[in-house]
Design a protein around this ligand. Structure first.
Ligand SMILES: [Zn+2]
Length: 482
């Protein structure tokens, strides 16, 4: 492990450019671009990387706003994952304590990805500055991966499929959160697929015998899938939304209907057979109704492969950084947002804290839950249980050992993808979290550069966890980003 003096120097180099990093984060917050179309956000990151001497190449895996920026040579290849996509329909006035769109129907950074990508930028630039100054003999290659469409587009799955992450020794990333801890669980693999039914329109009263209802087919598909639920692995999840119910006139036999399905399970290999049965059900529904069905892939992502070796190194660095400290003004700011939450939110937070801190008493958990923002570093925990959500970081984690931190950036009890997160996305609380995350990733990278045994051990563990399986992207080869 690199020494404490070196770490302090590295952290100081990041601190010295903190204003530049928080400006980039705020700019990306303002662009609020979504899915695969993120030209301004990618430009904001690339322009800083290039001015810092990185060689950036756009168009990774055929996606215009995906990029790889490289610096250094030899030594271990350190991958830093960056996201910068926002969510649709989540426009919100910054720092407002009521739900108030900045632009009706506009987009908003409700998952903090403006800060996410920028902290990876801070880590990359800080490391580069440190290596330039101290000139470590072993060398190191820093690879900054600009990844579009984490929110329901699985940009990283397309990048993994395209071999963009190949050759990386370790992968580091983080996510803005309401607590500070190691992401120590797997995530659910997820297939996202549209089913488009096509029938024949007719007047529903005058000539129903001539009609073939696509809406009936979609409904029968739901019935079939509901019967399937009893016969799939316990932790699987199937959810759906009608993206086209045909129309608003009951007196028309609906000729078109579309349903988007998310099919999730702890392992991608478990999702595949469930997906195949869902396709059979859709075909059955089409057969029953005399309609046609077309299956259209949206995206898919794999389960996240944890790495205890790398996560512990990252955790030690987070311990070295200590707890996040907030001013009275910041506490008051956060308290305003806690005040917007429904009754019972604090109880949920206390229950989570009790789960995270073994042996903690109810009083202490209640006291922590009543803090408007959580600055304390939570205990290290690693579990084989999958958290009930999905992320395309999963696909990257199949290629190289990956560690991921969660860092407090938002008021206690507020939820990801909420207007509160958009409103607080440019606050000094979010800025503090961003800089902390940048330091934690850079310090972890420095340890990996300094001590070759870390990457070796992490790789060994990675192979054991994969159990002989190799990465197999769930998205069919002919499917391109939508
Ligand atoms: Zn997110």
């Amino acid at each position: 492990m690199a020494g404490a003096d070196a770490k302090r120097e590295l952290a100081g180099l990041i601190e010295a450019k903190a204003r530049e990093f928080t400006r980039v984060s705020d700019d990306i917050w303002g662009y609020a671009e979504t899915r695969f179309s993120l030209p301004k956000s990618a430009d904001a990151l690339i322009s800083v990387l290039e001015s810092e001497g990185f060689r950036a190449e756009r168009g990774a895996a055929g996606m215009e706003d995906a990029f790889v920026a490289v610096c250094g040579q030899g030594g271990p290849v350190i991958g830093l994952l960056a996201e910068y996509d926002a969510l649709s329909n989540l426009s919100q006035v910054s720092d407002s304590t009521k739900m108030e769109p900045l632009e009706r129907g506009g987009n908003g950074h409700g998952c903090g990805h403006n800060a996410l990508g920028t902290a990876s930028l801070a880590a990359a630039v800080g490391l580069k500055d440190f290596l330039a100054k101290e000139g470590l003999g072993r060398g190191a290659t820093i690879k900054f991966f600009g990844c579009p469409a984490e929110e329901s587009g699985s940009g990283k799955a397309f990048m993994a499929r395209g071999g963009v992450f190949d050759g990386t020794d370790v992968m580091l990333t983080w996510h803005p959160w309401t607590e500070t801890k190691i992401w120590g669980t797997s995530s659910l693999a997820n297939y996202q697929v549209f089913f488009h039914f096509k029938g024949t329109s007719a007047h529903a009263a005058a000539s129903p015998e001539l009609g073939r209802s696509a809406l009936d087919a979609a409904e029968l598909m739901s019935v079939g899938v509901n019967y399937l639920r009893e016969h799939i692995v316990q932790d699987a999840r199937i959810h759906y939304a009608y993206t086209n119910a045909g129309g608003e006139s009951p007196n028309v036999v609906q000729p078109n209907a579309s349903v988007l399905y998310f099919i999730r399970a702890p392992k991608s290999s478990q999702v595949r057979p469930i997906f195949e049965r869902v396709v059979d059900i859709a075909k059955g529904a089409a057969l029953m109704t005399g309609t046609m069905v077309e299956v259209e892939w949206d995206s898919a992502c794999s389960e996240y492969i944890v790495n205890d070796t790398l996560a512990r190194v990252m955790y030690e660095n987070m311990k070295e950084l200590g707890d996040l400290k907030y001013t009275a003004q910041e506490m008051d700011y956060a308290r305003e947002y806690v005040g917007t939450l429904p009754a019972g939110a604090a109880g949920n937070v206390a229950a989570l804290i009790k789960k995270c801190f073994p042996g903690i008493g109810q009083d202490k958990a209640d006291a922590m839950a009543s803090e408007p923002v959580q600055g304390e570093l939570f205990p290290y925990a690693m579990s084989d249980e999958a958290m009930k959500g999905s992320t395309d970081v999963g696909d990257a984690s199949w290629i190289a050992p990956t560690a991921q931190a969660l860092v407090s950036c938002f008021p206690t009890g507020t939820a990801s993808h909420s207007w509160q997160w958009v409103a607080c996305g440019k606050s000094s609380i979010a800025h503090k979290g961003l800089i902390y995350a940048g330091k934690a990733m850079a310090m972890t990278a420095l340890d990996v550069i300094d001590d070759p045994s870390i990457a070796e051990k992490a790789k060994q563990e990675h192979l054991e966890r994969l159990g002989g399986e190799t990465y197999n992207c769930a998205i069919p080869k002919d499917v391109t980003p939508r």
